[in-house]
Design a protein around this ligand. Structure first.
Ligand code: ADP
Ligand code: ZN
Ligand code: ZN
Length: 733
């Protein structure tokens, strides 16, 4: 009879923890929470994590099995990590095994030994440094590697070469043989020094740095609210410097993988810190190595996207989350967590400060400022004399448009190009045009699996559904009436690119959207091209709005604002204002005045006018009042039950049964809306319905769901559908 039982989290969609017996021949002192184990689970074996060691169990002895193997001799996860993961499972009402599985890198959750692989570093030898161009002339590849190492000026690991799309191994080997390049083992000490001095902070930056530093003895949330170009990144750098000088670590979270290399580069130039990065562009080994290194304290900075929020910190010093308003911090499938909210929870557990930076704070964060939960730090001005851009509306009513581009916009583009400055044109949609239509019979290209139209992708010569990914060749004649009278309706990035290409044939142009940047490093090469002046016009989607710094851009055109003004999503106006403000932030970043021109058929629209005349802060203030009156978040707490199935009737049956379950639960202080069809009823061949749960407080919502979800799992009709719960949903689709 063992005297203790192991409570183990296993990756399954069930809302529970499993009890196991210890392995035979083992003793109590072998076990600690946070160790991984191998267990038999149903017919298979799974990796689990010990989260508790108990002296009793509700299971009968014959139901209990011993674990098969203990994988870690010491805990891989600390009590703090376990507590956070358990909190997340509880708050988001998500099966705990799936939470653990999301929180851990793949190799770690598949049971791999948690050892850090020390890297080999490559640098130019003394001979290598004194080489002359002509010695390298006959080998262009060696010459490129030589330049690469010379520019970086410090030892690099092998990943540094992966940006070359040719085989660099041979040339590198020759250079090592010739003793031009030397290999050294990496130094994992995290002592740092500043490489390049920073700027003398301006008064607002100094105030922000001082306020955060003073509070850096404990948990505190700061909202660093500064217009684009106001020097937020500089504030981060100086704060990070202080934290790592004190021997502690900083976790930095970014919304987009595309921003990581740029920021990493900027940080490397300034801080001689050991930095690791973590994002979806890395392979499994790189990700688990980054996780292990940060956890072990081999790195003092971790720069990562959403899921990096779960990485354990060795010596927690500070968390920074940039672009806090960005919805990509919210995972939209499976375990639907908000990395921002988890980061705040992490900071609280570690008792360290967290800085949320943005030029356009989310209404949630501004509300938290009003409630005195967050401290508001404002950087009101652009640095170094850069001026605020001049934002104007172009009234497109009754104007002749050239492929959706108005005369005033085209004139402004011409003028800007004549001055040798750069132009950004922002278009809300990728592809050529959102609709293919028949002039003769009115047929439009619909997706058969979704309630949506097929988008024309002219360069790929395809019609593509942006919701399910279905593709068809573009027909030459109308599938309905066989006339050859098909024409594109509306516009996308490709169309604007094509139009401008023919209007300005000698001007180099680049396009940035998900299609044009699909290839590895494509984004970086476009950015490099813009910096070198090789692209005078840049056409793109909201990818362009994010964090990039293009000094010579003085004109930003927003081609199609109208679709965003009339949406059924109550957050649409917030998004639109953020987007306009962010895009506008791309204009005129140094000494040159920037202009922003917004094309619209609704120049009287109140939101647009508040935003343009009074700025984002005023818009946000008004929007918060509206939200309060309408009893919407952040004043109200929502949860969305989404249900879908191929068979529509199955969805309705399940929702009907769910209503019955709800009837037996206390719904005081809870509002239930629906079920209603999702805004897009059919998607990828599945019918989608939803039920919205609202409450003025978090607690009743939590208690209600705690009772409801296990009931839903028990329903027979639940087996015919897919359902999920989204806590604090950021969209209702
Ligand atoms: P943000 O992150 O808010 O967009 P950045 O930190 O990138 O702003 O700063 C914008 C520009 O101003 C950068 O080129 C940066 O190097 C420069 N800068 C930042 N702080 C200062 C300062 N105190 N004095 C002069 N220039 C600064
Ligand atoms: Zn037709
Ligand atoms: Zn589709």
């Amino acid at each position: 009879m063992p005297k203790f039982y192991l409570n183990i989290v296993v990756d399954t969609p069930l809302y529970r923890i499993f009890d196991y017996l210890p392995a035979e021949q083992s003793s109590r002192s072998d076990y600690q929470t946070g160790q991984r184990v191998l267990v038999s689970f149903g017919k298979t074996q799974k990796i689990g994590v010990i989260v508790g060691i108990a002296s009793s169990t509700v299971l009968k002895q014959k139901q209990l099995k011993p674990i098969n193997q203990l994988l870690d001799s010491s805990p891989l996860l600390s009590a703090q990590d376990l507590k956070l993961f358990q909190w997340a499972a509880d708050y988001y009402h998500h099966p705990i095994g799936e939470v653990f599985s999301q929180a851990l890198p793949k190799q770690i959750r598949s049971g791999l030994s948690p050892s850090i692989k020390l890297r080999q570093l490559y640098s130019l030898s003394d001979t290598g440094l004194t080489l002359e161009q002509k010695q390298l002339k006959r080998s262009p590849r060696q010459s490129t590697l030589w330049h690469h190492l010379k520019v970086i000026g410090q030892p690099v690991d092998i990943d540094s070469f992966s940006s070359f799309d040719w085989d660099w191994r041979g040339p590198l080997k020759s250079m090592i043989e010739k003793n031009w390049v030397t290999i050294s083992p990496e130094d994992v000490s995290t002592t740092t020094s500043t490489q390049k001095p920073g700027f003398q902070p301006n008064p607002a930056q100094q105030a922000a740095i001082d306020t955060v530093s003073e509070a850096s003895k404990g948990f505190h949330v700061f909202l660093l609210d500064g217009v684009t170009g106001s020097g937020k990144t500089e504030v981060y750098l100086q704060l990070i410097q202080r934290v790592i000088d004190a021997g502690k670590q900083v976790l930095i979270l970014l919304p987009e993988i595309t921003l990581t290399p740029q920021l990493a580069h900027r940080f490397k130039q300034r801080l001689a810190a050991q930095m690791v990065t973590s994002h979806s562009g890395l392979n499994d080994t790189q990700r688990s190595q980054a996780w292990l290194r940060f956890k072990a304290g081999f790195a003092n900075i971790l720069l990562g996207t959403r899921s990096a929020v779960f990485t354990p910190m060795h010596k927690p010093g500070m968390i920074i989350l940039d672009e806090e308003h960005d919805t990509s911090f919210k995972q939209q499938e499976g375990f639907r967590y908000s990395a921002r909210d988890i980061a705040i929870m992490r900071a609280r557990d570690y008792n360290i400060p967290i800085v949320l930076g943005t030029a356009t704070p989310s209404l949630e964060s501004l509300y938290n400022v009003q409630q005195n939960r967050f401290t508001h730090l404002v950087l009101p001005e652009r640095t170094a004399g850069a001026l605020k851009p001049d934002i104007r509306l172009i009234d497109c009513r009754n104007q002749t448009l050239n492929n959706h581009l108005s005369k005033p916009l085209l004139k402004a583009i011409t003028k800007t190009l004549e001055r040798g400055e750069q132009v950004i044109l922002f278009v809300n949609r990728r592809g050529f045009a959102p609709v293919l239509m028949c002039h003769s019979c009115g047929w439009v290209g619909q997706c058969r699996r979704c309630d949506s139209r097929l988008v024309i992708h002219k360069q790929a010569n395809l019609l593509r559904c942006h919701h399910c990914g279905v593709e068809h060749a573009i027909p030459n004649t109308c599938p309905s009436c066989q006339q050859a009278e098909l024409f594109p309706l509306g516009l996308g990035t490709e169309r604007v690119e094509e139009t401008l290409g023919s209007l300005f044939p000698n001007i180099p142009l680049s396009r940035i959207d998900r299609d044009s940047t699909r290839k590895k490093d494509a984004m970086q090469s476009v950015i490099d091209k813009v910096h070198e002046g090789g692209a005078q016009i840049l056409v793109g989607t909201q990818m362009l709005a994010k964090g990039h710094h293009f000094p010579n851009v003085t004109l930003v055109g927003i081609v199609d604002i109208d679709a965003g003004l009339f949406s059924c999503d109550f957050r649409a106006s917030e998004r639109m204002s953020q987007l306009i403000t962010q895009v506008a932030g791309r204009a005129g970043r140094e000494e040159k005045l920037g202009r922003v021109l917004i094309q619209t058929h609704h120049p009287e629209h109140p939101l647009l006018n508040t935003l343009i005349e009074h700025g984002y802060a005023r818009f946000a203030k008004d929007a918060l009042i509206e939200r309060q009156q309408a009893q919407l978040p952040p004043y109200y707490y929502q949860a969305l039950l989404r249900v879908n199935a191929i068979n529509e009737q199955a969805v309705l049956t399940f929702l009907n049964d769910a209503k019955q379950s709800i009837a037996s639960i206390n719904t005081q202080a809870i509002n239930i809306l629906g079920p209603v069809p999702a805004p897009m009823l059919k998607r990828a061949g599945r019918f989608r319905y939803q039920l919205l749960i609202e409450s003025a407080q978090r607690k009743p919502r939590h208690l209600f769901l705690k009772q409801l979800l296990p009931e839903l799992q028990k329903l027979k009709s639940s087996r015919q559908v897919r359902w999920s719960i989204d806590i604090d949903p950021v969209d209702l689709f």
